[in-house]
Ligand binder design. Structure first.
Ligand code: HCA
Ligand code: CU
Length: 402
């Protein structure tokens, strides 16, 4: 039941990209005032960076980035930009304190755009130099897009030039979610080789990882990235983003706090409110079985599970819901046994039922469960009243309490 500790990860920060990558999920758009509300909660939770949008794309996005940048948050507000003068100008005008510049340096993409590794390097260097000259205090991140499908040495050459031009952070993007921990395409291996290549070029930037979830491995890959020395992880609420999205904020928080001694660094009790807000305004429901924030994430069902988890939830939980302001729950359906029913009856203040009545209630709960739904606390009260009246041969008043 106990898990060996995974060790501490000092200085690991979170970059939340819900407002930028999340808005790239089909049909998702947050009004500027919704962005302000989301950013406010992210700041309270304690993320290090809030990636707020790509100002060059749209005036309303630029305005929203500008408003957030002036809010005086503890978190840095980041603007996204291609490695182009016009994008960098728009990002600088937004007042963001963090600039993320991206360019794909894979041979195929360079060829397609008529670029060579040398011209790409010049383009990145020019964009960073412009940004740093105008705003020396700006934190600049360079992301070689689709880095992991590009030769390590090519990426390192451009990244080292970016660092020489003033980039503070290099973010390694698994743009297509193709990496596999422990497999032939491991982010740990890739990043380790990349760090060596950078060191040979005397570049020691902070490293970040941006992992897409196409294979459902985004979080696992991000943890692999941390193991290889990255110290900033990109996430979004609900993992929202292009296609299958990126790393989910709540799941990463749960792991960092409970498995990597990150306790006290983030205000987890605010996370549920943030998820409700983002789900409502993105129109994307939270899947019931979603880790941490799903309706069923800490809900026990089968009789054997409920019986043991009622004695001690840790028998069937490796995560503690309490820091998120949540607690274990026990569902009532066709799988339920005596323990779950007793617990539910206690929770609606129904005292001891005689054995026949108890059996009748349980039978009915199971019958409802077989119709494919759970029995709520209010419904349980009505069932008890109904079965009691049946047993006493009198009519039931459905408003009467048990
Ligand atoms: C994009 C691609 C990107 C960039 C990440 C970054 C990716 O939508 O622009 O700039 O850090 O996955 O590579 O999200
Ligand atoms: Cu992305």
């Amino acid at each position: 039941m106990t898990l060996p500790g995974a060790g501490a990860l000092e200085g690991v920060g979170i970059l939340d990209a819900t407002l930028r990558e999340g808005e790239q999920a089909p049909g998702v758009y947050f009004e500027p005032y919704v962005k302000a509300a989301i950013a406010g909660l992210l700041d309270e939770i304690g993320v290090e960076v809030i990636e707020a949008g790509h100002p060059f794309v749209d005036d309303e996005i630029a305005e929203a980035v500008n408003c957030l940048a002036r809010r005086g948050f503890r978190a840095r507000i980041a603007a996204h930009a291609r490695a182009r003068r016009e994008d960098v100008e728009a990002a600088l005008a937004s007042g963001a304190g963090f600039l993320g510049i991206f360019l794909c340096v894979s041979p195929e993409r360079l060829r397609e755009r008529g670029l060579t590794p040398a011209t790409a390097l010049d383009q990145v260097t020019a964009a960073i130099t412009l940004a740093k000259e105008r705003r020396p205090g700006l934190i600049v991140r360079f992301t070689p897009e689709d880095a992991v499908r590009s030769p390590v040495a090519d990426v390192a050459a451009v990244a080292a030039a970016a660092v020489a031009a003033g980039a503070d952070i290099i973010s390694i993007a698994d743009t297509t979610g193709c990496m596999i921990p422990g497999g032939p395409r491991s982010l740990y291996d890739w990043l380790s080789r990349f760090r060596d290549e950078l060191q040979r070029r005397n570049a020691r930037p902070r490293l970040a990882v941006h992992c897409h979830n196409d294979r459902g491995l985004a979080l696992a890959n991000a943890l692999d990235g941390l193991r290889a020395g990255a110290s900033l992880v990109d996430v979004s609420v609900l993992g929202l983003g292009e296609r299958a999205g990126i790393v989910d904020l709540a799941a990463l928080l749960a792991v960092l706090v409970q498995d990597f001694s990150g306790n006290g660094r983030w205000r987890l009790e605010k996370v549920a409110e943030l998820y409700r807000l983002v789900s409502r305004f993105s129109g994307v429901p939270i899947p019931v079985h979603f880790p941490v924030m799903g309706r069923n994430a800490f809900r026990h069902c089968a009789g054997v599970h409920s019986q043991a988890a009622l004695r001690d939830p840790r028998h069937y939980q490796s995560l503690d819901p309490a820091p998120f302001g949540l607690s274990p729950e026990f569902s009532l359906d066709h799988m339920s046994g005596c323990s779950a029913l007793l617990h539910a009856l206690e929770s609606i203040a129904v005292g001891d039922l005689d054995p026949e009545l108890f059996t009748a209630v349980l039978r009915r709960v199971k019958a409802i469960g077989k119709k494919g739904r759970t029995v709520g606390r209010d419904e349980l009260g009505w069932i008890v009243a109904w079965e009691k009246a049946q047993a006493q041969g009198r009519p039931v008043l459905l408003t009467q309490s048990a």
